[in-house]
Design a binder for this molecule. Structure first.
Ligand code: GLN
Length: 567
């Protein structure tokens, strides 16, 4: 007995009373679920573990749909400060989400969509809207069954829509958090309703090793387990993350304490790069054990997997063995935190590995240039290429403009991303076209020369959430340009997240002075890529090409940038 039958035996009007939405076309057992939840602490690589496992299943021929559930009340990540929360990752359909979705896209080499991301804000917004519409038919709306039911319904619809063999659920935060308690409860119900053979629960714990003791300790993991069991969940696997190899005695302790057989208590030490994680997880046979538990033999092809893993392994070998180092400066204002520029760092890593080089990042805090704490020449010493990344607001902008000027005048390879393109246009307008007062209305609303101005459709919008020009847009590439040589075609698609653009009024002047707009929006007068010919590499884009880079498929603009440095 499983699923709908279980419910029938509990209550006559089961689906109403328990609010367990099984969408019409849903077949229990057709899609399997893997749930990954962490205990002890966050930041131990839950996302990387989950994407690696998803990758291995995908390589074996399965269709995997990941979904990340975050506990915050924001409806997307658009209003989150990258300094506190890491970068905002933008999907092709315009969803602004947690940077973990970036890991899934890069690992799976697959464009995800808004259904692959869920926050408490989205869940509650849907429920509250439905309540206002009177759709709960006079009932009091409760965490159980309504909120938990909503979550299960969302997962099942994802399974149907993406025709998934496996839905992989990553639960944000750690077990015991106030924020995700009802999500864990929804997972408990899911296991009950779908049946044991159809859901695999993986608890990622962390084995500490205090240097003062010099030995591993399992106590925090045990406490995490206690919490998990208190919530009614018996894990199928314990993945013990640790800095070093996990000792057998620790695994035994965890096994006895968790009721998980020793073979399914798996130590997962740090790897030298995240790209190695799928290989180690394969070596430990986690994918095969999960497959066995979920009875996925029919779909799982070891042969396919082995073949596809070869390329990945080559990439890892190449990444680890390259000797050539290049220094790239990122001039921004979130330079205190690597996570704020995660996709840029990844895109550089992919392109550099492809070209047999290793990138060393030098952050330039542009507010310091503005405040004359350092000068540009000093900041650029030993730098082989400059990136001005995306950004918002006035702080640090003049420092960025000074960096672009240095790059242009010294023929230093330059890549501007979104805000970086806007800075390049202002610099060119001032120092090449001679309009010293040129500025962006984002920085100086009353500027007499608004060379960067707000997009017409943005003028009507109020509020700051989810209202930018967002997501994938077509870009028409001009023949005979560097962009055309890099992309090898005249129509591409890039992802955007901006409110401001090059003011069409000034395009003619900019072009007359030598700036080439090599990528435009097909239907609107929006400039999307610019370049200055006869430079080693001077290119900027209103888009975020970094979101499209994949380990085995470097993004062409990044590839061109790295190649120009190595030449
Ligand atoms: N602040 C600029 C704009 O809104 C750039 C945005 C960005 O870099 N993502 O257009």
């Amino acid at each position: 007995m499983g699923g709908k039958d279980i419910l029938k035996s509990v209550s006559d009007s089961s689906s109403d009373e328990f609010y367990t939405p099984f969408p019409g076309e849903y077949n229990i057992g057709k899609t399997k679920y893997i749930i990954v939840a962490g205990s002890v602490m966050s930041g131990v690589g839950k996302g990387i573990f989950a994407s690696s496992l998803a990758k291995l299943l995908q390589y074996a021929g399965l269709k995997v749909s990941p979904i990340k559930i975050d506990g915050y009340l924001n409806q997307d990540a658009g209003t989150l400060n990258p300094f506190r929360h890491g970068e905002v990752f933008v999907l092709d359909d315009g969803m602004e989400c947690d940077m973990d979705l970036g890991s899934y896209e890069r690992f799976l080499d697959k464009d995800l969509c808004r259904e692959n991301y869920l926050t408490a804000g989205i869940i509650f917004n849907r429920i509250l809207k439905r309540e206002r519409a009177g759709n709960y038919l006079g009932r009091d709306v409760q965490f159980i069954p309504h909120v938990t039911g909503e979550i299960k319904g969302i997962l099942r619809k994802l399974a149907i829509k993406q025709k998934a063999d496996v839905v992989l659920v990553e639960i944000g935060g750690t077990i015991g958090d106030f924020e995700n308690a009802y999500v864990i409860e929804a997972m408990r119900q899911l296991i009950y309703e779908e049946g044991k053979d159809n859901v695999c629960f993986i608890n990622l714990c962390y084995i500490i090793e205090p240097s003062s003791l010099g030995e591993q300790k399992s106590k925090p993991s045990q406490l995490g387990l206690e919490r998990l069991r208190g919530l009614g969940i018996q894990p199928d696997f314990m993945i013990c993350r640790a800095e070093n190899q996990v000792s057998d005695s620790i695994r035994e302790k965890i096994s006895v304490y968790s009721n998980v057989s020793l073979k399914n208590v798996i130590g997962l030490p740090n790897t030298s790069t995240v790209y190695e994680a799928p290989l180690l997880i394969k070596e430990l046979k986690v994918d095969e054990k999960v497959m066995k538990l979920l009875n996925l033999h029919r779909l799982f092809s070891r042969f396919k997997q082995r073949k596809q893993l070869l390329q990945w392994t080559e990439f890892v070998e190449q990444y680890k063995s390259t000797q050539k180092k290049i220094n790239i400066a990122i001039a921004g204002k979130y330079t205190g935190l690597n996570d704020s520029y995660a996709s840029i760092l990844k895109a550089l890593e992919h392109a550099a590995t492809f070209n047999d080089a290793r990138v060393n990042i030098k952050y330039i805090e542009t507010t310091k240039i503005e405040d004359k704490e350092i000068d540009v020449e000093e900041a650029m010493r030993d730098v082989h290429g400059l990136i001005i990344p995306g950004g918002f607001g006035k702080r640090g902008a003049e420092g960025k403009i000074a960096c672009v000027k240095f790059a242009r005048e010294n023929n230093l390879p330059f890549l501007g991303l979104c805000y970086g393109m806007q800075m390049a246009v202002i610099e060119f307008m001032r120092n090449v076209c001679g309009m010293m007062d040129a500025n962006s209305t984002e920085l100086e609303p009353d500027t007499g020369y608004p060379v960067i101005d707000i997009l017409p459709e943005q003028k009507k919008i109020e509020g700051l959430g989810g209202n930018m020009r967002l997501g994938g847009q077509d870009v028409k590439i001009k023949e005979g340009t560097k962009a055309y040589r890099l992309y090898g075609q005249d129509a591409i698609r890039l992802r955007f997240r901006h409110r401001y653009e090059v003011n069409p009024k000034y395009i003619e002047l900019l072009e007359k002075n030598g700036m080439v707009f090599s990528g435009k929006a097909p239907k609107y007068n929006i400039m999307q890529i610019l370049e200055i010919p006869n430079k080693r590499f001077f290119m900027a884009t209103q888009a975020h090409p970094e979101f499209n880079s994949r380990p085995l498929k470097p993004e062409p603009m990044f590839d061109g940038f790295i190649k120009s440095i190595l030449k």
